[in-house]
Design a binder for this molecule. Structure first.
Ligand code: DLL
Length: 434
């Protein structure tokens, strides 16, 4: 693997130096020549690239081939302003399909199985990425795209696909709808789900697996690098990390502040180099996703593994000086039988003090037990069970995150659900005053 990576890297640095003015300038500014980069261990000599570089070169300035040789463009799901654009040659689309096909196979899929593709089709890489990968593996694709819950449920029952692909929050929304309508899991034929495009934890996995009667694995990726299919969990090794397809994407983990490369296993920012793409290769791209990488010697594959994404270096909340990832709140939620994974964090500033409120729905069984169905704002004092639950949850949050948060318990349906795409679990009202 190292030999292959080193060969591909040497090729790549010469290729971009010759073809992309941006890289030539970057090398020159650092007094570097392509010959200085002989092995992956030399990568640290190069500076990082980031989203801003893509924006500065919007839309096609980073292409390494004439625009006419680009067979498809995608965009990353930007929050504001212009999106970041990625161009693929026909060969890049082949690589994209290959890594997605590999991911699907690791997630349990086999040729001949049917896949209901609930990722959005369009500029977003999820829909077409999964589509081409599934075709490459020899699956039957149902290209339904995201949202349209009514139609999703009809197709799940009528076509009986074995595999579902969508965001984890939308899988949750589907599971809930199936329960609400009393659709029996026997009337479906689901076996596997590949969920990704947003962070999720084991509690959501449990919820989705039970609610849909399948095994759910994590698929990770980002448009700048290729799309979905950068890494993928193996269905036989759940919860032990995802295999990162390092023959195409070389990973490094760096310290968020110093940028120094960290040793195996340590948590930091994931930096990726595309070793094989030709349309718009990226060298040392700072994903801003926080995770770790390590080799698992007991696993059935030999690629490096990547832990779940803890959060984003830029999306990390800093509350009264304490770093907080929303997945930490989710981890605490898992400890409570009567709290669900339908939650939202609301951050505000009172004077100079940051306040975090956790809004979370209590379980349906508790709602039924206490007869809360018709109460929209739970009046805590009337229900000692709830005030006790609220107090213990606050205490656990404090122990696990170091922060005091205000908790608002809600009944079923009060927290927004995914309507098909990524779900925003954080409402940061502080930005209004910034
Ligand atoms: O979300 C690609 C994708 C599509 C991945 C379908 C998986 C499934 P972007 O829209 O460019 O691409 O967003 C990329 O989403 O940097 C992460 O912050 C986040 N993300 C993607 N997958 C995961 C995951 C697609 N499995 C950004 N866990 C990335 C956590 C994820 N975060």
């Amino acid at each position: 693997m190292r030999k292959l990576q080193n060969e591909r890297l040497r090729n790549l640095v010469n290729y971009v130096y010759d073809r992309v003015p941006f890289y030539r300038q970057l090398f020159d500014a650092h007094g570097l020549k392509p010959s200085h980069i002989q092995r992956v261990e030399d990568l640290h000599l190069l500076p990082f690239t980031n989203k801003q570089d893509l924006r500065d070169n919007y839309p096609f300035g980073l292409l390494a081939v004439p625009r006419q040789e680009i067979s498809r463009v995608h965009c990353s799901s930007g929050t504001t302003g212009k999106p970041t654009v990625v161009g693929y040659t026909a060969g890049d689309i082949e690589i994209f399909s290959e890594v997605v096909a590999r991911s699907l196979a690791a997630g349990g899929c086999k040729p001949g199985m049917m896949l209901q593709n609930g990722y959005g089709y369009g500029l977003f890489t999820g829909g077409l990425g999964l589509h081409y990968g599934a075709e490459k593996l020899g699956m039957t694709v149902v290209p339904v795209s995201g949202g349209m819950t009514e139609r999703q449920l009809m197709l799940l029952q009528d076509f009986k696909p074995e595999v579902l692909c969508c965001t984890p929050s939308y899988a949750q929304a589907l599971a809930e709808e199936i329960k609400k309508r009393d659709i029996s899991l026997e009337s479906l034929n689901l076996k596997f789900a590949l969920l990704g495009a947003e962070p999720w934890t084991d509690s959501i996995r449990q919820h989705v697996q039970q609610g849909l009667g399948l095994q759910a694995t994590n698929i990770y990726g980002l448009s700048e690098i290729i799309g979905p299919g950068v890494s993928q969990e193996d269905v036989e090794e759940p919860g032990t990390g995802s295999y990162l397809w390092e023959d195409h994407f070389y990973p490094e983990i760096v310290d968020a502040t110093t940028g120094e490369v960290l040793p195996e296993g340590e948590l930091g920012v994931l930096v990726l180099t595309t070793l094989t793409k030709r349309g718009m290769p990226l060298l040392r791209y700072r994903t801003n996703d926080i995770t770790n990488i390590y080799y698992s010697h007991s696993g059935k594959r030999t690629h490096v593994k990547m832990g779940p994404i803890k959060g984003r270096a830029d999306g990390m909340l800093i509350i009264r000086g304490v770093n907080l990832f929303y997945t930490q709140v989710e981890e605490v939620l898992q400890m409570f039988e009567h709290l669900t994974t339908h939650y939202q964090l609301v951050v505000s500033r009172e004077g100079s003090m940051d306040e975090v409120e956790v809004h979370v729905e209590v379980s349906q069984s508790l709602v039924r037990e206490l007869g809360l169905e018709h109460i929209s704002i739970v009046e805590l004092c009337r229900f000692p069970v709830l005030s006790e639950l609220n107090a213990t949850f606050c205490k656990r949050l404090k122990e696990n995150t170091g922060l005091t948060m205000r908790v608002h318990l809600k009944v079923t349906g009060e927290i927004p659900r995914s309507e098909g795409g990524k779900l925003n679990r954080i409402v940061d009202k502080r930005q209004v005053y910034a």
